[in-house]
Design a protein around this ligand. Structure first.
Ligand code: G6P
Length: 479
């Protein structure tokens, strides 16, 4: 059994190297890090991963890059030309579906040209799947970039096994209907080409049911849909992390050594951590304002705390992302200017993507993790932080609007839209009773270690295979 994983972005991103050759570095974002860690931790060898390498490559170089990616990484590139990158990726994906599905209509662009390119891109991905598909393969499609792909493949391979997982929230009908009416039904018909459609949490599943009923007038029956003589299942499977991998890395000598250095760099200060992609849905502005208020209201904490703010550059060439970068730069400078002393800077800000080892080092030294996205499908950073706390210490502050908050009830839950709430949560976290916190962390860690990334992936595949069997029986009965 071979998996064909399909996602917009490959787990590797190309960039021009120093000697003119293209270099590949790991992509960032929950989907890519999560699935890569599943493949690694479960020793999956029978797979191909189809996606965009994130770089514009001249036509005459494409074959070389294709060969290299396939041979070295089992990756099959889909090259996006400038128009596809502009209107499909930066257009319909990042300026229509991304803001809309994160319930941000004000940033949502409705433009026919972007929609046309979205369809073109889904066709292109379909061609790529057809090139590599072999009988018996399991096709597993990921995320909102490729909502139409399941049905496009189904049209060509009626009996294929196709899974789909949505990594971002799925909105309710009132929000979904901001899309043009033909787009609504085409997107939904597209995703219904899958055998199993997975979401992180029940809220998104409920929204999906509502939208399917209102737009397509199809009845959903508790996780099952009968559509065009096929059974389709859908449901919530919260994505998880490679718990053991993070926990083991946290105890490794290299991490311990680096952590020691970092602790001495911030000696006498409690470390508050914030790691995100630089994205307006991540709530970084409110987080900084909340931290600023906390410092204003708690002068006794000056010189005793530091915020490590890591904002990894997002490749999206979208105005709203630029705007947030400028705001973050300005707020960091404002806070540092208002409160710094000769020996203390309240914010340490880095605008770069970290390696997993660097992230784990910071997780181990951070007394508090401040994870406050305005809206987030899941948020794996919160889970990685807990997995790296082998001594069970540390406080996780988590948005109630992140999918992860459903599972991580021992976190200190905040409303990320309330700056006061964020400021207050920092005070509470820094004063939390260590013993009570350890008990909470212990129970969250135990949950994360039991249901890890492999359990998540295997559950998806198990359901998919069961639907395949049910549909074989169904076809036999019909024929
Ligand atoms: C989120 C999405 C992913 C996406 C990632 C990084 O996690 O769910 O599909 O790949 O962000 O964004 P980018 O646009 O850089 O791939």
């Amino acid at each position: 059994m071979r998996y064909i994983i399909v996602s917009n972005r490959l787990p590797l991103r190309g960039k021009p190297g120093s000697n003119g050759a293209i270099e590949f570095t790991p992509s960032i974002g929950g989907l890519s890090t999560g699935l890569s860690s599943y493949i690694k931790s479960s020793n999956i060898t029978e797979y191909l991963w189809i996606g965009w390498p994130g770089i514009d490559i001249e036509e005459h170089e494409q074959q070389n890059v294709t060969d290299k990616l396939l041979e070295d990484f089992k990756c099959v590139p889909v090259f996006l030309d400038r128009n596809l990158e502009k209107y499909y990726y930066n257009g319909f994906c990042n300026q229509t579906l991304w803001p809309l599905f994160h319930i941000d209509p004000a940033n949502t662009k409705i433009e026919a040209k972007c929609w046309e390119y979205y369809k073109k891109a889904n066709d292109l991905f379909c061609d790529k799947v057809m090139e590599v598909f072999k009988e018996g393969d399991i096709i597993w499609i990921h995320d909102f970039h490729l909502l139409m792909l399941p049905q496009l493949i189904r049209n060509k391979l009626p009996n294929a096994t196709i899974g789909f997982f949505q990594h971002i929230p799925f909105p309710c009908f009132d929000i979904f209907k901001i899309l043009m009416s033909t787009w609504r039904s085409e997107l939904l018909q597209g995703v219904l080409g899958a055998d199993f459609i997975g979401f992180h949490i029940n809220d998104y599943v409920n929204n999906f049911e509502q939208v399917i009923a209102r737009v397509l007038r199809i009845n959903c029956d508790g996780g099952r849909i009968n559509h065009q003589n096929r059974l389709i299942k859908y449901g919530a499977l919260p994505m998880n992390i490679d718990f053991k991998g993070f926990s083991t890395m946290a105890s490794s000598l290299t991490v311990q050594r680096k952590a020691e250095q970092m602790r001495s760099q911030f000696y006498g200060q409690k470390i508050i951590l914030s790691i995100d992609r630089l994205d307006y849905t991540k709530g970084i502005i409110n987080k900084l304002k909340g931290y600023g208020n906390f410092l204003k209201e708690n002068p006794q904490q000056h010189k005793k705390v530091v915020l490590l703010l890591i904002a990894a550059p997002s490749m999206r060439k979208v105005k709203a992302f630029d705007k947030v970068k400028k705001q973050v730069d300005r707020l960091v400078a404002e806070i540092n200017n208002s409160f710094c002393t000769d020996v203390w800077f309240p914010v340490f800000y880095d605008h770069k993507a970290l390696s997993v080892e660097e992230m784990v080092t910071i997780y181990t030294v951070a007394d508090v993790a401040l994870v406050t996205p305005l809206r987030d499908g899941m948020n794996l950073i919160a889970k990685e932080y807990l997995a790296s706390r082998n001594d069970q210490s540390g406080v996780l502050i988590l948005s109630e609007t992140a999918g992860a908050s459903i599972e991580l009830s021992g976190a200190h839950i905040v409303n990320p839209f309330s700056i006061d709430d964020i400021a207050e949560s920092l005070k509470i976290a820094l004063e939390a009773d260590p013993f009570t916190q350890m008990l909470k962390n212990k129970s969250m860690r135990s949950r994360l270690s039991r249901y890890n990334i492999s359990s998540w992936a295997e559950d998806n595949i198990k359901i998919l295979l069961k639907v395949r069997e049910d549909n074989i029986v169904k076809r036999l009965i019909i024929n």
